[in-house]
Ligand binder design. Structure first.
Ligand SMILES: [Zn+2]
Length: 180
């Protein structure tokens, strides 16, 4: 894998802890793109969050699993502060907005969907239901070109066997919760 992104080590090959974590995060993120959008192929020009947002969420899961070696930026105080500052702006756009017209695309396409998916996983569906549905989506749509509505439908309609939790009544209900 070749990437030209920062952060970078010093000339002698040394780096700070912050740079090291940034490098690990960047590698996790870029490897994740081999699935979103290279296998589950979304239209990034129309729905940037389906590429960067889903991949950033998967990156966040990997960082959470590996927290000591790679603390997630989203969980650090400056990451949270940046997101809160962004969410309070009056000119933010919904994530369902053409990529060319996004304002603050990194927050809109990366951080906001990651936050929304985390809330969906932790507070709305629960980990078991969410993880099952998310895997269903990733498998059902591999080597295809899903739209956001395919994602919403899969997330809303994937039951966990034996789970008595009430599922969202429709993809519309799930979509409304994800996009708020
Ligand atoms: Zn990316």
């Amino acid at each position: 894998m070749i990437t030209f992104q920062s952060p970078r080590p010093e000339k002698g090959g040394t780096c700070s802890e912050r740079t090291k974590h940034g490098l690990i995060s960047m590698v996790i993120h870029e490897v994740g793109h081999s699935w979103f959008p290279m296998i589950v192929n979304s239209d990034e020009q129309r729905w940037r969050w389906m590429n960067e947002g889903l991949n950033s969420f998967v990156q966040f899961l990997a960082e959470r699993e590996w927290a000591e070696a790679c603390p997630s930026r989203l969980q650090q105080s400056n990451g949270k502060r940046n997101m809160f500052t962004y969410m309070k702006r009056n000119d933010i756009r919904p994530i369902m907005f053409a990529a060319d017209n996004l304002i603050s695309g990194s927050h809109n396409a990366y951080g906001k969907p990651t936050l929304a998916l985390t809330i969906l996983q932790e507070s709305i569906l629960g980990r078991e239901q969410f993880d099952f549905a998310f895997k269903q989506y990733a498998n059902r749509w591999k080597f295809k070109r899903p739209t956001p509505f395919d994602f919403f439908r899969t997330m809303a309609m994937s039951p966990v066997e034996g789970n008595s939790r009430k599922r969202p009544e429709s993809d519309h209900g799930c979509r409304k919760r994800v996009l708020r």
